[in-house]
Design a protein around this ligand. Sequence first.
Ligand code: URA
Length: 229
Amino acid sequence: MRLDRYLSQVTELSRSESRQMIRAGRVSVDGLAIAQPAHQVDSRAQIHLDERLLDRPMPRYYMVNKPAGVVCATRDPSHRTILELLGLSRPKTLHIAGRLDIDATGLVLVTDDGQWSHRITSPGRSCGKTYLVTLKYPLQEAQAATLRQGVSLRNENKPTRPAELHQLGETQLTLTITEGRYHQVKRMFAAVGNRVVGLHRQAIGPLTLDECLSAGDYRVLTQNEIDSF
Ligand code: URA
């Protein structure tokens, strides 16, 4: 990571203030004064600002019960973002590991550990995501069979990977998919002539949304939960 970026992440300094400090010779890396903001530092480097040793903050991991109406984006001109909802310090360092649509609810993971979130979102990893789906029209057996096998989405050549589908009622079911295509669940049901009217994510891989979290609440993940990916 660049030294100016590192400094702005672990202190209250902005990126441009960090650059000024570095150019002024006030920052040292492993005992050597470094005046280049672009200097690359790794996780083992000992970095001082004047006499102060800067601690790299521990990575952060949260599960959020996303309410409807909030967007999974870092910035949005007209809607509240999930990061604004959390109100955590240093929000610029956080990102979302697997977005949900504005009208969808349920489990969202937020972290500043890019390698960890890559394990969740990378298409090659096939991490399952389970949704509680409410439909406008009763689910037909033929529709369910097509969705389980894989369905061709509009404007895409490759069919979806096989999905797990458990019917709970005429218009309610759980669906587990291992991909994260754009609006995937809604488009899968549209492709078989049905329509999603409610979408709630219950689980991502081995992690299930904590029942104690009301819509809009969040909590820190336990070490076991972090390690489960
Ligand atoms: N599929 C969708 O259509 N929307 C989501 O938010 C998540 C999966």
